[in-house]
Design a binder for this molecule. Structure first.
Ligand code: GLC
Length: 740
């Protein structure tokens, strides 16, 4: 299908706008959640009647959570055939890490550092969502966070804006593809604009106070990257930023996003966040909230009813200029045209495609590939891994070992519960060893759901005895512990990052019975793992890897895939260190000026090391890599000259493997104090055992510069250091001068 020309779309949009009534315009700015089976009789009760009525009257521009070609066709039919203008709905959904065939949670995908695989994962999600009638996802979430107490770190790309920006671009391209009008691509959403990842104390929905240097250099870059990648929509967050709820932030939404960045898509509020400005204590009432939302630049209202109930009156009484309404509606209609919805409102409602695409072999293979690449090897003493493929007695123990539901992660509301492959199921496919399974203990005492609190087993250790016996009578123990998939995600903040329930006690007893333990972690955030790190010989971080979890974990444990993941977020020694991240500042007293003198006047804690347990960028391999000959082509460069860097990488171990070569810079002195390290380049390099290769990087102003307090980008002359290595503690360094 010929891609509609941008100018012809604007012409068409204006021709529709001209004939719309004010109420119909406001209708386009209204999004309802579909909580009923639209294919059934008109439901009784709730506000479904109102929603049906509004659909018929053209007072709805979008629905969310309606899914499946039958349901979507039914709701689209109401609007297209019964409303006066028949403007098709855009159908949104949280396709966060897959639709029915689930990818790993986004934080796990970020651990792969594999932008191609991440883009492919998003395109798989888009192919299945679009086959189910959906043409818009509320993803990628690009909130940077340094606080694992916040449950939504599972949904993002971790602590670093450079990695987060690259991943944002990959995911936008994966969802939207080359042609948004294609039947297998969907509009994406950069969310939650902005600062949600900095909620105070990691407490969900809390306020965020962020200084301008952090805002411009850490929080905003992934959003800017998504905008430059052509993302079609933005979603504002729930949070207050420096005293202003971002839903009502004219600075963020209109001045920065729409004016300075030139964003042409539309902004949707988060669920009821417009109305919540009254609860924040920022809006007097719903009408005032609607007025501030539309003036700030929120174009569509998700489920607060403020726009549909208040905007017409606000315009008619002169409080809101109709030009703001027209601008919002233009933005919304433009995206609907680009999706091809005006050409064919039912193009995403093909039951044949739904049947053939969802769960396809190709999709299963893609999410398996993504899952393998997301696994991080944290420890492997005495080469306990990879496992031998035959002749071993292997005990598989732990409350998550046979769990095929938890592995799906938190944001899987379109998938089928318990449709994952558990670690045990994956291991069973390797039939050369004797496998014995004992759960050891339950993790939960209630049924886990997306919206309810989880209840943990903190007393029942009745299963320990059997587990200890199989551990005692085996060569190796695979111990699968961690968090349930619903223990991270929205509404899931924790103040304690230990292994929940009786898992720590179980681990210590199993270790006492057999020292050859491989700890397989299932978790949606960094955890506190000091005891395990000090005792357990092998530790594998496997997050929540989605549908193909068991196959991915088994292929890594048996060495059919050599782990290549690197941590996208720092693992602390305890919660007291949080926020803890690699790109910290030097301070004026970074080191003990009199080592051994027990003097306290320097930046440290008296009760724990300042370093993390596992740093950003860290991850081991079954092989080993050596870095040497780090070179910068010249000692000095002009301000806008490209700095050419090279390093020698060698695979010095016994396995072919893949290394994420990381490049960090440090600007030694500047008008704004720069971090001790900043990631400014990375490359995935596959080397056969014994192979060496020269890896090249080039640094431009884009990598060397920073944003000042006013958000202006600047590159300063001066001395820079470069570090290249296997994680953010890379010690191989060189330097160069940027001349005036
Ligand atoms: C939720 C989330 C947001 C999601 C939206 C629709 O509360 O904050 O990320 O896209 O509501 O489900």
């Amino acid at each position: 299908m010929q891609k509609p020309q941008a100018d012809s779309i604007d012409v068409k949009v204006d021709s529709i706008l001209k004939i719309m009534t004010l109420e119909e315009k406001v209708g386009q700015m209204n999004q309802y959640n579909g909580f009923w089976d639209v294919t059934g009789p008109s439901p009784e009760g709730g506000n479904a009647e109102k929603k049906y009525e509004d659909l018929r009257k053209g007072r709805v521009g979008s629905m969310l959570t309606v899914r499946g070609t039958e349901q979507v066709r039914a709701v689209q039919k109401i609007v297209v055939e019964e409303s006066r203008l028949g403007i098709p709905l855009i159908i949104g959904f949280d396709v966060i890490h897959g639709y029915k065939t689930l990818s790993p949670i986004p934080l796990a995908e970020a651990a792969s550092w594999d932008l191609e695989a991440i883009q492919k994962s998003a395109s798989v999600a888009a192919s299945e969502a679009s086959a189910s009638g959906i043409n818009w996802t509320f993803a990628p979430m690009v909130d940077i966070s340094r606080d694992p107490r916040w449950g939504r770190v599972m949904e993002g790309a971790g602590e670093d804006p450079y990695l987060g920006s690259k991943i944002a671009i990959a995911r936008v391209h994966g969802f939207q593809g080359e042609d948004l009008a294609a039947v297998n691509t969907i509009a994406a959403t950069a969310k939650h604009f902005a600062g949600y990842g900095f909620v105070e104390a990691g407490r969900e929905y809390n306020k965020a106070d962020i200084g301008s240097v952090t805002l411009h250099n850490i929080v905003l870059p992934p959003f800017k990257a998504a905008e430059e990648a052509g993302v079609k929509t933005f979603m504002n967050g729930f949070n207050e930023l420096n005293g202003i709820p971002v839903t009502g932030s004219n600075y963020l939404l209109r001045e920065l996003l729409k004016n300075k960045w030139g964003f042409k898509g539309f902004v949707i509020s988060d669920w009821a966040s417009i109305g919540e400005m009254t609860t924040h204590g920022y809006a007097k009432d719903l009408a005032h909230a609607a007025e501030m939302g539309v003036k700030a630049g929120v174009d569509m209202d998700m489920e607060s009813y403020s726009y549909i109930d208040e905007l017409v009156n606000l315009v008619e009484t002169g409080k809101v200029d109709v030009a703001l309404i027209d601008d919002a509606v233009r933005r919304i209609l433009r995206v609907k045209f680009e999706l091809g919805l005006f050409d064919d409102p039912y193009k995403y409602c093909d039951p044949e495609r739904e049947k053939n695409v969802i769960g396809s072999k190709e999709n299963q293979e893609a999410v398996l590939d993504m899952a393998k690449k997301s696994i991080v090897l944290l420890k492997n003493n005495n080469k306990l891994l990879p496992l031998k493929k035959k002749g071993q007695k292997i005990a598989v123990i732990g409350p998550l070992a046979d769990d095929n539901n938890s592995v799906l992660g938190s944001w899987r509301i379109a998938s089928k519960d318990s449709s994952g492959i558990s670690v045990l199921d994956g291991l069973k496919q390797y039939t050369g060893n004797d496998l014995m399974f004992e759960k050891g203990a339950d993790l939960l005492t209630n049924e886990p759901t997306f919206i309810n609190e989880l209840a943990f087993n903190t007393t029942d250790t009745s299963g320990f005895e059997k587990a200890i016996n199989v551990a005692r009578n085996s060569d190796v123990v695979i111990l699968v512990l961690g968090e349930h998939g619903f223990q991270s995600g929205e509404g899931r903040s924790r103040t304690n990052l230990d292994l929940p329930g009786v898992q720590q006690e179980l681990m210590e007893k199993i270790y006492a019975a057999n020292k050859n333990v491989v700890l397989v972690l299932n978790n949606g955030r960094p955890l506190v793992l000091n005891w395990a790190a000090n005792h357990i010989p092998a530790i594998v971080e496997t997050w929540h890897l989605g549908t193909q979890t068991g196959n991915a974990v088994a292929q890594v444990l048996y060495g059919d895939y050599n782990p290549s993941g690197k941590l996208p977020m720092t693992f602390p020694r305890n919660v007291g260190q949080i926020p803890i991240y690699y790109s910290h500042k030097n301070t004026g007293r970074p080191v003990d000026p009199q080592p051994g003198a027990n003097m306290v006047f320097w930046s440290h804690y008296s009760d724990v090391e300042s370093s993390p347990l596992f740093p950003f960028g860290y991850g081991l391999s079954y092989t080993s890599f050596n870095y040497s000959n780090l070179n910068v082509e010249k000692d000095s460069y002009a301000l806008n000259e490209e700095v050419q860097v090279s390093v020698e990488l060698s695979n010095t171990g016994d396995y072919d493997g893949k290394e994420v070569v990381q490049l960090y810079i440090r600007d030694l002195f500047a008008k704004i104090v720069r971090p001790v390290r900043e990631l400014k380049g990375f490359q995935l390099v596959e080397l056969k055992k014994g192979e060496s290769r020269t890896i090249k990087f080039s640094l431009t102003s884009k990598e060397l510069g920073y944003y000042d307090q006013d958000g202006n980008f600047t590159v300063e002359p001066g001395e820079y250091e470069i570090f290249v290595g296997t994680d953010s503690n890379a010690s191989l360094k060189t330097h160069f001068i940027l001349k005036e």
